[in-house]
Design a protein around this ligand. Structure first.
Ligand code: ZN
Length: 330
């Protein structure tokens, strides 16, 4: 369960007895991890812009960072090589709004903590950026990971276009968010942040989604190689401290369906309209198509009975992960 504002403040006051001096206390704790913390400073990276945080968010932001640092043993963060956390508001990367950023120039994490109304969003933001730091330093590939690409559905391609669908329902198996579909390193950082903050939900989703389950297993392996502190006990604690996750387990899939006469046969095609890839899947009879749609809960759509050759129909279905993982639909 997530600590609420009152719980955090009490906890903080218990530790330091002077909650007003939140930044000072945060800096003292961060120093034990070998990390400097600043609320404002000139960015070391010219692509990153940052504004000063409004006063009313300041103490809460310090409490949040103090709490999230405490998830880790000191040696884990020292190994990550994270040197500095700069927090504020209105963070922009290349003039696009962002919740956080990691710059390998000096190993600095930037966090926009002006959306503290959604506490778990900000918590995930910290762990997401921390993972970029771990990912950059854990092997010689930096952010690249050729093996991870093989864990996706066949034919899936990461695309920047998914970044614009940040808040929308997940449209693919194997992912916790649409943002994760934008690049391999964002996929890993999003999964990691969810494993830290919403561990129970990830475990539950992974039970019904083989693609996600393999990624969780691989992430667990990678982290254990990075630091032995990511052991079974660490994950038990994350599971016990899981925050509820508001995102539903069902995946929204929008299918485009059409048929064409090829020789003497009618071939039916299905393509995910919500996907970036445009390679359709062929069904060599209407029965085979209907068998698939029946499993997905879309076989009773009346539009399917009035389909002329090469015309298409669009179906929007809500499908559970286990069923959707059985059918690759372009
Ligand atoms: Zn990221």
């Amino acid at each position: 369960m997530a600590r609420g504002r009152i719980g955090l403040t009490k906890w903080f006051a218990h530790l330091f007895g002077r909650p007003a001096d939140a930044l000072d206390a945060l800096q003292t704790i961060a120093a034990r991890y070998g990390i400097e913390v600043a609320s404002t400073e000139q960015s070391v990276d010219e692509t990153i812009a940052h504004a000063k945080m409004r006063a009313e968010f300041f103490e809460k932001a310090c409490l949040l960072l103090t709490s999230e640092l405490s998830v880790y043993p000191q040696s884990t963060l020292k190994k990550s090589q994270l040197r500095r956390i700069v927090f504020g508001s209105a963070l922009h990367i290349n003039k696009s709004k962002a919740g956080g950023a990691f710059s390998a120039k000096g190993n600095v994490m930037y966090l926009s903590l002006d959306q503290l109304g959604d506490l778990n969003y900000s918590r995930r933001g910290f762990h997401h950026e921390l993972f970029h730091c771990i990912d950059y330093h854990d092997d010689h590939h930096q952010y690249q990971d050729p093996h991870w690409l093989t864990l996706n559905e066949p034919g899936f391609a990461y695309s920047e276009a998914y970044k614009n669908k940040h808040g929308a329902a997940v449209t693919r198996v194997g992912f916790m968010t649409n943002y994760a579909m934008s690049a391999v390193w964002e996929d890993k950082a999003e999964l990691y942040a969810h494993m830290i903050v919403h561990n129970s939900a990830v475990q539950q989703f992974a039970q019904n989604d083989n693609f996600l389950r393999r990624k969780v297993e691989r992430m667990t392996e990678l982290l254990q190689t990075f630091s032995p502190n990511y052991d079974a006990n660490f994950w038990v604690r994350r599971s016990q401290n899981s925050a509820a996750m508001p995102v539903p387990e069902l995946i929204v899939a929008t299918l485009k369906i059409w048929w064409e006469r090829v020789g003497t046969s009618d071939i039916y095609f299905v393509n995910r309209e919500d996907g970036i890839t445009t390679r359709p899947v062929a069904f060599y009879s209407r029965e085979k198509l209907m068998h698939c749609l029946s499993a997905l809960g879309g076989d009773d759509a009346p539009e399917l009975n009035q389909l002329f050759s090469k015309e298409s129909v669009s179906l929007r279905l809500k499908v559970d992960r286990a069923t959707l993982a059985r059918f690759y639909l372009g």
